[in-house]
Design a protein around this ligand. Structure first.
Ligand SMILES: NC(=O)c1ccc[n+]([C@@H]2O[C@H](COP(=O)([O-])OP(=O)(O)OC[C@H]3O[C@@H](n4cnc5c(N)ncnc54)[C@H](OP(=O)(O)O)[C@@H]3O)[C@@H](O)[C@H]2O)c1
Length: 277
């Protein structure tokens, strides 16, 4: 199998994947080649990491066995139109665009197609990459994709019908968790007078420490709750507030993101200019 990987789009996610593949040992710089609509961005990541660049998307596709499409949803069809005659059935195409279904991608190419929803946490070689394989993929393709994304976190193979809810659960969640830590610190400052900077720094350290405890094999979230919140104690008062109020907040997060996905899904089927994630 051709081990060269071409990355189309060196925006935020394209760059994150390049850095993570190298850091996680999934590829060496000579195996990776990037092209971007605005050449400055591809040149900058090449200067930083030592990867190759292509003059344009067509050259990149010709020279790679695996192509990772890292453009936003409205740019997927224009990018595919540019390269579709070169995306033959000996190529493996991985699209990370939210809300562009396999059926739409397969209609534009005879390549073997995979959808991946990565997470910014892969920058630290942690977190989850959601993977949806098309019927066209071979066993070797599936092993290759699992190995690639397994090097930068935990791959989770799901069915396409579940992708929106799983995206909220994994790919969107770093934003939710970070916002929760921030709001917790803001509240500490508002309610107790702890200086805002200090509250943010201390709650952040505590969150990082909690995540490290969760990394200990066999540790459940409920284990940490019961270790800290002794019955009748002070922490239990705070946990009671959370168990009373927080489920409704979480339900609304899933409901709101679900509604937005539906908007993008409908816009995509009407081929209008929108973007998800
Ligand atoms: N952020 C997340 O956590 C996350 C997670 C999972 C999936 N995603 C999805 O990942 C996709 C990319 O997101 P992003 O945040 O990386 O977007 P971004 O920062 O806007 O990057 C997109 C890049 O694609 C380039 N591009 C557009 N059309 C092109 C073409 N025809 N040929 C070559 N390059 C082209 C753009 O070039 P210019 O420099 O010219 O603009 C830009 O650098 C989105 O669909 C998003 O939904 C994001």
């Amino acid at each position: 199998m051709d081990t060269r990987i071409g990355i189309i789009g060196t925006g935020s996610m394209g760059r994150m994947l390049i850095r993570s593949f190298l850091r996680g040992g999934a590829a060496v710089p000579q195996q990776l080649c990037a092209s971007n609509r605005t050449p400055e961005a591809q040149n900058a990541i090449a200067a930083e990491t030592g990867i190759q660049t292509a003059d344009n998307n067509r050259t990149l596709v010709k020279d790679a066995g695996v192509i990772i499409l890292c453009v936003r949803q409205p740019d997927v069809v224009p990018a595919m139109e540019e390269i579709k005659d070169l995306l033959t059935d000996d190529k493996l195409l991985i699209s990370i665009a939210s809300d562009v279904p396999l059926s739409e991608l397969e209609a534009l190419t005879s390549a073997r197609v995979v959808r991946v929803i990565p997470s910014v946490t892969s920058e630290q070689l942690k977190g989850v990459s959601l993977i949806v394989f098309s019927e066209r993929t071979t066993k070797a393709d599936r092993e290759r994709v699992i190995s690639l994304f397994g090097a930068i976190g935990t791959p989770a193979i799901i069915s396409e019908q579940d992708i929106e809810s799983y995206t909220t659960l994994t790919s969107c969640a770093p934003a939710f968790f970070a916002e929760m830590i921030h709001e917790f610190a803001v509240s500490a400052s508002r309610m107790t007078g702890i200086p805002a900077d200090e509250a943010e720094a201390l709650s952040r350290e505590t969150f990082i420490g909690t995540a490290a405890l969760l990394e200990i094999p066999g540790t459940a979230c409920t284990d940490i709750v019961s270790r800290v919140a002794t019955p009748g104690g002070i922490t239990e008062e705070g946990v009671n507030v959370l168990t009373c109020r927080f489920p409704a907040v979480c339900d609304e997060i899933f409901a709101a993101t679900g509604r937005k996905h539906a908007t993008f899904r409908n816009a995509s089927s009407e081929n209008t200019n929108t973007e998800g994630n």
